[in-house]
Design a binder for this molecule. Structure first.
Ligand code: ADP
Length: 476
């Protein structure tokens, strides 16, 4: 049976409303995947309740939405704790910021077990199940334990670190082992897939059945990269609309004599914002012709504010912006416009379009969709330049950007200088190649490739050679 004929069940920590355009990258991509076909979207309701687990269901056209609440302890341990204070920092190579607490791990496992128990009764035998992201790595293992034999795929939206880092995570063996309960594991980049292959070989003594198939624990799993993209057409269509047009007009009036640079991120320590500000400061120091001209508009949306590390990065950034503006600012020019807020999605294309340069310089990023959004809405006749971190997954596809090492502040400043003064011919050439690549590797292509590969995966019940002592196979 093809992917098209089966019911798709998507499981993610948060469940969005597919009718709302503002729901954000992942939610929009999943909403599109589910709209038009019969589907089920399952996840946390976003609500904290007295007790975990009450199932709420509603119907949106042909899409069934099922959510469960979490109690405070589950939410704090599973979501704020293990997901966002252990897995997020360590998968982004920030072991120094990671907190590994036994209480976090038990809450993480407990909530994954709860998800499995609540989801299983809603499943049909031919469903294709697609689990998303680091919050839910053990979900397939829990589903198998209670007898689910459907095809289950997993997509990791964040980077998979190299073995040297992965092995530093307490409990890494169990975490990676639980990936073998899936039929297909999708990663953002080829280097993530290489990290898995290296880990499988060195830590699990897994047998490589093929370039992308691995056998261990009596199980087989396919692990491949599926780079996520954006819906180029839909994003471009926002440009002629009122909000983007107003934004462009305002920016044209306010910054008529300036050259704009833009950064749009969640205020996350993985995004390299302090390094970006320092590179901008170095630009002003080393290339004084940019003073009174280059203006960086940085929008950083609040995120995970109850986690300590996020408070620190916010203070560091405010301090740096104040210092740079204090040093270089003039009565009629401020080098940095820093806004700690979420910018309306409908205005974003206007902001991107008016910026001569986009700074997308994360220290580590699974993919980075801002890079693709910026390229999507440039004027093909007079496009801006993308300065992109080589440590973003997007750098594998977007080779024609100016690739930088964000830790190397002087070299990044040099790249920004080059971007600001790049001749039109070179800008057009680079942009045309980037646009072709993001159009080819779109959001719908990503979904289709993943679901086709999942539907084509050998049926799990036919191929498993399960040793009796394998807990994964206890009742599967
Ligand atoms: P991440 O998933 O780590 O936040 P991505 O770059 O892959 O990073 O995706 C971020 C998405 O959220 C993009 O669609 C981007 O437009 C949007 N976004 C990020 N920061 C902001 C902001 N400050 N205001 C509005 N939208 C934002």
């Amino acid at each position: 049976m093809s992917a098209r004929q089966r019911r798709l069940v998507v499981v993610s920590n948060r469940v969005g409303d597919p009718r709302k355009a503002a729901a954000g990258g992942l939610a929009v991509a999943l909403g599109d995947a589910l709209s038009g076909t019969e589907g089920l979207w399952f996840g946390w309701s976003g609500q904290i309740a007295e007790a975990s687990g009450e199932l709420k269901q509603r119907q949106l056209g042909r899409l069934q939405i099922a959510t469960i609440d979490l109690d405070q302890a589950d939410h704090d341990g599973y979501y704020l704790g293990h997901s966002n204070q252990a897995l997020w920092p360590s998968f982004h190579s920030r072991l120094d910021l990671a907190s590994f607490e036994t209480g976090f791990v038990t809450a993480y496992e407990r909530v994954n077990r709860l998800f499995a128990r609540k989801l299983a009764p809603l499943l049909r035998p031919d469903d294709l199940i697609w689990v998303h992201d680091y919050h839910l790595i053990p979900l397939a293992e829990e589903l198998r334990r209670i007898g689910c034999k459907q095809r289950i795929g997993f997509f990791l939206h964040i980077p998979l670190p190299a073995p040297a880092l992965l092995t530093a995570i307490p409990g890494h063996e169990q975490l990676v082992r639980s990936l073998f309960a899936y039929d297909l594991v999708g990663l953002q980049s080829r280097s993530d897939a290489e990290h898995f292959a290296l880990y499988a070989r060195s830590e699990l003594q897994a047998e490589a059945l093929d370039d992308d198939r691995f056998a261990s624990f009596g199980r087989e799993v396919q692990v491949r990269s599926f780079p996520i993209g954006i819906d180029v057409e839909a994003f471009r269509n926002l440009l002629p609309q009122r909000e983007s047009q107003e934004t462009m007009l305002m920016l044209r009036q306010q910054y008529a004599k300036r050259r704009l640079l833009v950064g749009v991120d969640r205020l996350d320590y993985s995004k390299g914002l302090p390094q970006r500000f320092r590179a901008f400061r170095e630009l002003l120091a080393n290339y004084p012709e940019n003073r009174m001209s280059a203006t960086l508009i940085q929008v950083a949306s609040p995120t995970r504010e109850s986690v300590h590390a996020y408070e620190d990065i916010r203070h560091e950034l405010e301090h740096l912006a104040g210092e740079i503006n204090g040093t270089y600012g003039e009565l009629d020019w401020m080098p940095i416009r820093y806004m700690h807020r979420t910018f309306s999605r409908r205005r974003l294309p206007g902001l991107y379009r008016m910026a001569r340069v986009a700074l997308v310089t994360p220290l580590r990023d699974g993919m980075n969709l801002v890079a693709k959004e910026y390229v999507a809405v440039q004027d093909e006749a007079d496009p801006g330049v993308l300065v992109l971190s080589r440590f973003a997954g997007a750098a594998e596809q977007m080779r024609e950007a100016l690739l930088v090492n964000p830790y190397d502040v002087p070299a990044t400043a040099q790249a920004i200088q080059r971007a600001l003064h790049m001749p039109l011919g070179e800008r057009r050439e680079r942009h045309a190649a980037l646009l072709a690549s993001i159009t080819r590797e779109s959001a719908s292509q990503w979904r289709q490739n993943f679901l086709d590969a999942l539907a084509a995966a050998p049926a799990s019940t036919q191929r498993r050679r399960e040793p009796a002592d394998d807990p994964l196979s206890a009742s599967a």
